[in-house]
Design a protein around this ligand. Structure first.
Ligand code: IPE
Ligand code: IPE
Ligand code: MG
Length: 226
């Protein structure tokens, strides 16, 4: 029996390098990358065996970038969510933001909340969008919640307080680097890792399909023997 990747997570990297290679500024890469987000999300929504897609859009470390780039990314996110609401609804996709959202501007916060609420009844793919997300921050927030409520700390109770409770089956990073960059540290304990040199703006459904085909051939042992 072949594996089905139920939860796919993607580190969407390479927007800046794509833009620079085109002689454009980094913002153009982010803009183009947002089109890939739509393409890949609708592809996953059309494959019901995929139940969750988690996309790394902005890390807790990305605040170190130039102010103008950060501002552009915040505006792009707000624009994307407003524009793509029909895409979520038409494809039965539930939007679920993960990360520490408390730092965003009231206007962005409101847009995030409204798309979350409007898609709450969608029963198809769950798109977790990682915004001001860091794996360490997520684990720390979960531990604080457990401490405050005086719950015992177990693998199950800690998992239940994470932003994302579902283990990752397939973790993909575009853009040629081989690192995790603080993404889904807990949930990727037994993820299959795939790295591609393709820059995120050029990543296609075809390439995702090829990666999924390779994933299906892997013997996953989870520490046991087959
Ligand atoms: C990923 O692309 C998008 C974000 C981190 C927001 P980058 O902006 O990191 O692109 P490169 O890695 O500089 O090419
Ligand atoms: C990881 O990409 C974060 C996102 C894709 C949102 P970065 O470009 O920020 O990661 P590093 O700095 O190369 O590790
Ligand atoms: Mg990068």
């Amino acid at each position: 029996m072949s594996n089905q990747p139920r939860h796919i997570a993607i580190i969407m990297d390479g927007n800046g390098r794509w833009a620079e290679a085109q002689g454009k500024n980094r913002s153009a890469g982010h803009e183009k990358g947002s089109e890939t987000v739509r393409t890949i999300t609708t592809y996953c929504a059309a494959h019901p065996e995929i139940t969750h897609l988690t996309l790394y859009a902005f890390s807790t470390e990305n605040w170190k970038r130039p102010k103008l780039e950060v501002e552009f990314l915040m505006k792009l996110l707000e624009k994307y969510l407003k524009k793509e609401l029909p895409t979520y609804l038409d494809n039965n996709i539930r939007f679920h933001p993960i990360g520490d959202l408390s730092v965003f501007s009231p206007s962005l916060h409101q847009t995030i909340e409204s798309v979350r609420e409007e898609t709450e009844g969608c029963t198809g793919l769950v798109q977790n969008l990682a915004l001001n997300y860091g794996g360490r921050d997520e684990i720390l927030r979960a531990v604080h919640t457990l401490q405050t409520s005086n719950e015992s700390i177990t693998i199950e109770s800690l998992t239940a307080h994470l932003d994302c409770e579902i283990d990752v089956d397939l973790l993909i990073r575009t853009g040629g680097d081989h690192r995790i960059s603080n993404f889904l540290l807990w949930q990727s304990a037994y993820a299959e890792l795939f790295f591609t040199d393709t820059l995120w703006p050029e990543f296609t459904s075809d390439e995702l399909g090829q990666i999924i085909s390779q994933f299906k051939k892997i013997e996953r042992r989870f520490g046991g023997v087959n």
